[in-house]
Design a protein around this ligand. Structure first.
Ligand SMILES: Cc1cc2nc3c(=O)[nH]c(=O)nc-3n(C[C@H](O)[C@H](O)[C@H](O)COP(=O)(O)OP(=O)(O)OC[C@H]3O[C@@H](n4cnc5c(N)ncnc54)[C@H](O)[C@@H]3O)c2cc1C
Length: 311
């Protein structure tokens, strides 16, 4: 029987691992299906983690996190977790390499922004194409960027970018937006946000240094055009990795938002005692490494307190 099972080895999971083991929990295992580090390991640079003044690749940035945790006794299993379920007073962790039991569980499986699938996206992703304005908007200070999407995130991020960039051109396949009318109106009133609708992005263009622009089609006229851009932001949705909380009867183990994120309180407690959720998987996540790390630490302290009261 594990004291604490941590599912996911991104910034939230590794921080939870550090705080649980350093806080005295003895039998803590982190279950990670790939290499620990999480989404950020796919990023070519991170420069907004407080206290780290060097610009590092996501991979290099996350490397010491694991070493630090393992020093305090965190164990790890490289397996895919299929489901977490209640088993009497405890939890069952079903993996593709056998089942485990734990007294408390911290789920930190994160998520990932949806990609457009447009030609050239993979080639220039991280080299001009981004899915995070907070992370990468600053790199395009005073420059011209494109934005793809018509929901709240796309319009809000376009507004955010319009404060940093000289010009933001927003592409959307319809003339109508799913975003809240007040947000649309605010974006439309900004002089440096230009709307190109209804349009389809045909191809991302670039050279050996990265993205240089896009080719797109006006749906009304079928006319194709190219536009030079310094950067491009894709905001067409976010997939949360919540599948492991799905039970055999089709219900979720704990309360979820309508967007599939887990509802937690400020202590990262779900409505199921002993089950905690941290990082990008939770409601209102800021989707930043520093926030996921803070969540992981908070969840760990809550899990330690839970074990103390349920000996
Ligand atoms: C390209 C890119 C650039 C970014 N740049 C920045 C930046 O500059 N600054 C910043 O602060 N943030 C940045 N972010 C956001 C940041 O990476 C996330 O907010 C953060 O990683 C979330 O941490 P997390 O631990 O909640 O989840 P994740 O990082 O998503 O980690 C979840 C982990 O759980 C594992 N997992 C999922 N399901 C299972 C399962 N069933 N079984 C076992 N393991 C599982 C995954 O393999 C993964 O390792 C960026 C994100 C991307 C994609």
């Amino acid at each position: 029987m594990l004291d604490i099972a941590i599912i996911g080895g991104g910034p939230a999971g590794l921080s939870a691992g550090l705080y649980t083991t350093r806080g005295g929990a003895k039998n803590v295992v982190m279950f990670e299906r790939g290499m620990p580090g999480g989404q950020i390991t796919g990023s070519s640079e991170i420069e907004n983690y407080p206290g780290v003044k060097d610009v590092l690749s996501g991979f290099d940035f996350m490397q010491p996190w694991q070493e630090q945790c393992f020093r305090f006794g965190l164990k790890s299993e490289q397996v895919n977790v299929e489901r977490v379920a209640k088993k009497g007073e405890h939890f069952a962790i079903h993996t593709d390499n056998g089942d485990f039991e734990a007294r408390a569980v911290i789920v930190c499986t994160g998520g990932s922004p949806k990609r457009s699938g447009v030609a050239g996206e993979d080639k220039y992703y991280g080299r001009g194409i981004s899915t995070c304005a907070t992370c990468d908007g600053f790199f395009y200070k005073g420059q011209h960027v494109g934005v793809l999407g018509g929901g709240d995130t796309a319009l809000e991020e376009a507004l955010y970018l319009s404060e940093i960039c000289e010009k933001v051109t927003l592409f959307h396949r319809r003339n109508e937006f799913r975003a809240a009318p007040v947000t649309v109106a605010k974006a439309q009133s900004k002089e440096n946000i230009v709307f190109k609708t209804p349009t389809i992005i045909d191809e991302f263009l670039g050279d050996s240094k990265g993205l240089t622009g896009i080719r797109y089609t006006h749906k009304d006229t079928n006319q194709q055009e190219t536009l030079e851009l310094n950067g491009f932001f894709v905001f067409i949705g976010y997939d949360v990795n919540n599948q492991i909380l799905l039970q055999e009867d089709g219900s979720f183990l704990c309360e979820m938002s309508k967007f599939g994120e887990v509802i937690v309180d400020l202590n990262m407690k779900t409505n199921v005692p002993g089950l905690f959720v941290a990082g990008d998987l939770r409601i209102d996540a800021a989707k930043q490494v520093v926030c996921a790390a803070g969540d992981g630490a908070r969840a760990a302290l809550s899990a330690l307190a839970y074990l103390e009261h349920h000996k």
